[in-house]
Ligand binder design. Structure first.
Ligand SMILES: NC(=O)C1=CN([C@@H]2O[C@H](COP(=O)(O)OP(=O)(O)OC[C@H]3O[C@@H](n4cnc5c(N)ncnc54)[C@H](O)[C@@H]3O)[C@@H](O)[C@H]2O)[C@@H](O)CC1
Ligand SMILES: Nc1ncnc2c1ncn2[C@@H]1O[C@H](COP(=O)(O)OP(=O)(O)O)[C@@H](O)[C@H]1O
Ligand SMILES: [K+]
Length: 497
């Protein structure tokens, strides 16, 4: 049902701060010293600062741990290159230990007092207060300095993460100043991609600091940033021996009151490459659908038995229900009948809301490949988990047995076995009515061609974001399927290159 999407070594792997600590220790065990990694990290930040900004006075704010150590290395490099550098340290030099103490001792100039005055005259600030070791909310002098950074219009380069940002969840603990550039090391963290963290990081650069990729073997990352690298190898391109039924048939349930939503789903499924798409229209509104659709076939049905008769055709390998379906008992029964077939099913919108009173009934009925695509509101009607977006999507997938795609600007796709993907390419113009209906169609079309639910959800979300970006501003949902061909052609060219 779900193929092994593993990619432990992928550059798209995300590591939590705890896993990053494990990676650092494993790297040291493999012979790469902490000192060498710190030199490489600080050196990479200095290079990035030099590439982004012309020489100007810089204030480096250093914290009491290794993040601060990186800061001292940045200061040394920039100073050696002729930049006027001020360093302010939270705490005292005597309290530093290990690699941080060593690099601090190489900074021979006096330290500036750790007050907002240290920012006076700065043309750029390097924020090296806290990184992966943030253990509580910022308070006291650290919080005062972060607030001062926020209030000055001076560009900021964050080392690893903007200090105060929780790398696991993307949440702010106490305070964090928005950076223009964040330089992180080896692999990104979930907090770089989950909001509000994503907005605080500015541009993100991942620097290689000599960590051997083999350290990932023991860590076994199960979270990734979405990207073609995860699924392009298994993308179902049409082949010379393809024929329409081999590319799968999607059956989309049409609604009675709202007829536009399921039409967009159906058209999107055909654009994404399903061999056949049939829209099942309630008899009363059949003619509306039939006049509006050309390549999508329109079949009419009446009531649950009529719907079951359409489901009986085994060639219909994927069923999509929800957009415009209507909320209530009837939709619940349509969903139950579809899930009973144990075929790949995509549940969206009203198919989810219809179970708000009895989510357990839905979870019990899921016994085959199923992808749910709730937005936040729909999610909260079915699930009652605390935590960040990754944790909630994971818990929901585990509870329901479905692939859960929790929508938003940082869509998370989670599988019941704990794997999760964070999508990062969706532009804000996607916040327009009906774009979710199109996503349901893309995912259904990819499922029809044999992708697993996890892959289809990931690839669907990515091409959805790429199509919106390709179209640009002024997007309405109907535009998405029209630009999909350009996105697919670019992907194909990438593969052929
Ligand atoms: N080998 C390594 O471990 C490497 C680490 N690197 C850097 O080291 C960082 C992680 O270093 P650390 O684990 O030392 O952690 P940090 O330097 O991020 O922070 C830990 C220190 O801050 C204190 N602290 C945490 N939260 C605080 C708060 N809210 N208020 C006041 N003090 C607080 C802790 O008591 C500790 O002294 C990474 O983010 C990265 O920048 C890089 O130098 C690359 C190599
Ligand atoms: N601010 C945003 N930035 C990027 N993508 C967004 C944003 N807001 C919504 N989206 C995306 O747009 C789609 C909206 O889907 P949904 O909420 O179901 O709308 P509808 O029901 O109108 O189709 C989802 O894919 C979601 O991830
Ligand atoms: K930092």
């Amino acid at each position: 049902m779900i193929t092994e999407l593993k990619f432990e070594h992928s550059e798209l792997s995300l590591l939590t701060p705890t896993q990053m600590g494990d990676a650092d220790r494993a790297a040291e065990a493999a012979g790469v010293s902490g000192a060498a990694m710190m030199e490489a990290a600080g050196g990479a930040v200095a290079v990035a600062v030099g590439e982004r900004w012309q020489m100007r006075p810089v204030t480096v704010l250093c914290g009491p741990g290794n993040n601060g150590g990186d800061g001292f290395v940045v200061a040394r490099h920039l100073s050696a290159a002729g930049w006027p550098v001020k360093v302010a340290l939270l705490g005292s030099r005597e309290k530093l230990s290990g690699d941080a103490a060593r690099v601090a001792s190489m900074w021979k100039d006096e330290l500036a007092p750790f007050t907002p005055d240290s920012l006076d005259g700065a043309g750029v600030i390097v924020d090296a207060l806290f990184g992966a070791g943030l253990s509580r909310a910022l308070d006291g002098q650290a919080a005062i300095l972060v607030e001062a950074m926020k209030s000055r219009r001076v560009p900021i380069c964050a080392v690893d993460v903007p200090s105060g940002l929780d790398g696991a969840s993307g949440r702010v603990r106490g305070a964090a100043a928005p950076a223009d550039l964040t330089v992180t090391f080896f692999r990104k963290k979930p907090g770089h991609l989950l909001y509000p963290g994503r907005a605080l990081c500015g541009d993100i650069l991942v620097a290689d600091i000599g960590t051997p990729v083999s350290v990932l073997d023991a860590i076994g990352p199960n979270t990734w940033e979405n990207g073609p690298g995860l699924w392009l190898g298994g993308y179902p391109w049409p082949e010379p021996e393809s024929y329409k039924y081999k590319r799968g048939e999607v059956l989309v349930l049409g609604g009675e009151a709202i007829t536009g939503a399921s039409r967009m789903t159906a058209l999107a499924a055909s654009r994404a490459g399903a061999g056949m798409v049939t829209l099942a229209a309630p008899k009363a509104v059949w003619s509306i659908y039939a006049t509006a659709l050309t390549n999508v076939m329109v079949d009419s049905f009446e009531g649950v038995s009529g719907w079951q008769a359409l489901l009986a055709d085994k060639r219909r390998t994927v069923i999509a229900i929800g957009p415009g379906a209507g909320v209530g008992t009837l939709t619940r029964r349509y969903v139950a009948a579809a899930l009973a077939m144990k075929r790949a099913t995509v549940l969206d919108a009203d198919a989810l809301t219809s179970f708000a009173e009895a989510p357990e009934d839905l979870f019990r009925a899921i016994d085959g490949p199923c992808v749910m695509t709730p937005h936040d509101g729909e999610f909260m009607r079915l699930f009652h988990f605390e935590g960040d977006k990754l944790e909630r999507a994971r818990a929901a997938a585990r509870q329901s047995g479905a692939i859960v795609l929790l929508k938003g600007s940082d869509t998370v796709i989670a599988a019941p076995d704990g794997r999760a993907i964070i999508n990062s390419n969706a532009p804000p113009q996607l916040a327009t009515g009906g774009s979710g209906d199109v996503l349901t169609g893309f995912i259904s079309g990819l499922l029809a061609q044999g992708m697993t639910g996890f892959e289809a959800a990931a690839a669907g979300a990515w091409i959805h974001g790429a199509a919106a970006a390709e179209f640009g501003l002024g997007l309405v949902a109907e535009d998405l399927q029209g630009v999909l061909p350009r996105v697919l052609q670019k992907l194909r060219a990438q593969l052929d290159a």
